[in-house]
Write a protein that binds this ligand. Structure first.
Ligand SMILES: CC(C)(COP(=O)(O)OP(=O)(O)OC[C@H]1O[C@@H](n2cnc3c(N)ncnc32)[C@H](O)[C@@H]1OP(=O)(O)O)[C@@H](O)C(=O)NCCC(=O)NCCS
Length: 235
């Protein structure tokens, strides 16, 4: 999969001297929030295996179910009222996945069928998607018994520039991770993990700069790292 820098169609104003910053949790039933999350996922994680099937699959098979059934927590960072990034995280990495796939087979199959009928060329992405599903099952609960996971995470490039950070003093990615870390701590955890493609150098450097420890693995058939983080290092 060729990784490209995430892009967004709409123009974004230049960094201001000050900016309002807010993290909004997406609550069950917040349909607009689920739409915004889907858009953020497609824009920022469009290189991922499930995004290849289009926004309908991302919305219906992941966020709609996961948010409404509280299988995942999702929070959106807003700068001056605009979505700047998002994070999806869980204190039950094994159950969230088993429930999404296992208890909603018909929904998953229906959504995938729609995606494939509307663009049959998407069929070529099936093997990688299946490998990801099976890899996650293989990880089980014992691979990294941390109990929590950051499942999806990203920030629009315009909020990652040194200029934006110098002017606003806001590191959106760090704020989002701190938000998830606070939730994990409230539930009694002190570590988390994320699974990152080995070619995602920027994300790996980001996590490493925050104290993340990398263990190489193969995930979804591609070289990856399991990143372990002490939540205390984030504050
Ligand atoms: C993961 C991700 C959020 C990391 O972003 P990042 O750019 O490393 O984030 P940082 O906050 O560390 O750095 C942002 C900028 O601020 C600079 N910076 C970092 N710390 C700073 C500080 N204390 N003061 C001033 N500037 C700082 C960095 O050098 C960088 O500027 P540059 O782009 O000119 O080098 C981002 O790469 C991303 O959203 N990627 C797409 C989605 C993705 O791959 N997600 C991970 C899936 S697991």
């Amino acid at each position: 999969m060729v990784r490209t820098e995430p892009v967004r169609a709409s123009a974004v104003p230049k960094a201001q001297e000050s900016a309002t910053f807010h993290i909004r949790r997406i609550a069950p039933g917040d349909e607009t929030g689920i739409d915004v999350t889907t858009q953020l996922h497609m824009d920022l994680l469009g290189f991922g295996p499930m995004a290849q099937f289009g926004p309908g699959v991302i919305r219906e098979t992941i966020y709609d179910t996961a948010i409404n059934e509280k299988l995942l927590e999702v929070a959106i960072a807003e700068v001056d009222g605009r979505p700047a990034g998002f994070i999806a995280y869980t204190i039950d990495p094994h159950r969230f996945h088993a429930s999404l796939i296992g208890s909603h087979r018909l929904k998953v199959i229906g959504s995938m069928a729609k995606a494939l009928l509307s663009r049959p060329a998407r069929l070529r992405h099936i093997p990688r998607a299946l490998k990801v599903v099976l890899s996650r099952d293989d990880l089980g609960e014992d691979a990294t018994p941390v109990g929590t996971e950051v499942v999806c995470f990203g920030v629009y490039p315009e909020y990652l520039t040194a200029e934006f950070i110098r002017k606003t003093k806001i590191r959106v990615g760090v704020k989002l991770l701190q938000h998830a870390a606070s939730y994990f701590r409230q539930h009694g955890f002190d570590t988390t993990r994320m699974i990152v493609d080995a070619d995602n150098t920027r994300a790996l450097l980001f996590y490493q700069s925050l104290g993340g420890e990398m263990t190489p693995c193969t995930f979804g058939g591609v070289p990856s790292y399991i990143v372990l983080m002490n939540l205390g290092d984030l504050f």
